[in-house]
Design a protein around this ligand. Sequence first.
Ligand code: ADP
Ligand code: MG
Length: 344
Amino acid sequence: MDVRVEEVRKEFDRFAALHAVSLEIGSGELLALLGPSGSGKTTLLRLIAGLERPTSGRIFFGDEDASEKSVQERNIGFVFQHYALFRHMSVLENVAFGLKVRPRSTRPPAGEIRRRALELLDLVQLAGLEKRYPNQLSGGQRQRVALARALAIEPRVLLLDEPFGALDAQVRRELRKWLREIHERTGHTTVFVTHDQEEALELADRLCVMSQGRIEQVGTPDSVYDTPSSPFVFGFIGESSVLPVRVEKGGIRLDEHPIGISGPEAEGPARLFFRPHDIELVEDEAGLAGVVAGSRRVGGTRRVELDIGEAAHRVEIDLPFDHPATERSRIAFRPKRWKIFTEA
Ligand code: ADP
Ligand code: MG
């Protein structure tokens, strides 16, 4: 393990931004911290960096307790959402900055610093732009300079806080791919904060899903997507439809009607989750049946809103684009995979 966060709690005044969070980050891993705004992602990142001190708990780098160490001592590379480049410095000077300010004993000679900065600019595909100033660059280029600057110090850990958050969708998608490639070439242990699940699913080796100052689930993108461990994670990662059901000895019921789905042991009110694309149409009405309330195009499929049962519970399912259903058509389907969470 490269970084170990142990029971770390953080309070601001009396407000707990993080509740005793524990997390391990493997050496060379790219971990995404994913959660809605206010869930504590930035706070956790700042604690790992040493920009904040935990109210309680400890942070280890390898076997070493880093809890009392400064940002410099931890040797952290940091990239923020808003370009924190030095405006009065050229691109080259920005990238070289972290090495230039080192104490003389550990500072490489000027020629070596320049060589390394140029090498990094090449790595982030900005060769030739070293003389420009930040205001002569696009947003995406600035974030690439910020990354080169963070990498220049050969950080022990690279921390990225929504680095592409301020860029438009197209540039973000490009930078995502590019960051993954850079990561594969440089192999830094990296923590990447985002509220964008698509970005996290595509980029990360593992996801850490957060909500309200707690870790909800940690796992590979596939395992979190396929087996969400809570209603929050099911709803937050990927698309989902939800129905209020009852678990009874004889099976799962919706509005008193059995729906041909098996569930957990515990009886009582529950919520049935499934993915709109993960369904099959059935001929009989033994599954779930509803009336089409509307539809829209989502990529190459047709997402249909269905009102199910007497209470007209609204769910969404995906149909082939050329499916003939029109408004008020009746459709019966069964989720192919689902998850039932009983209410506490
Ligand atoms: P995220 O990055 O997931 O959006 P943050 O870690 O920034 O969330 O914030 C988590 C919670 O802690 C929020 O409710 C936020 O208002 C609060 N918080 C963060 N930093 C401070 C601070 N310096 N003082 C007071 N409250 C803070
Ligand atoms: Mg944040």
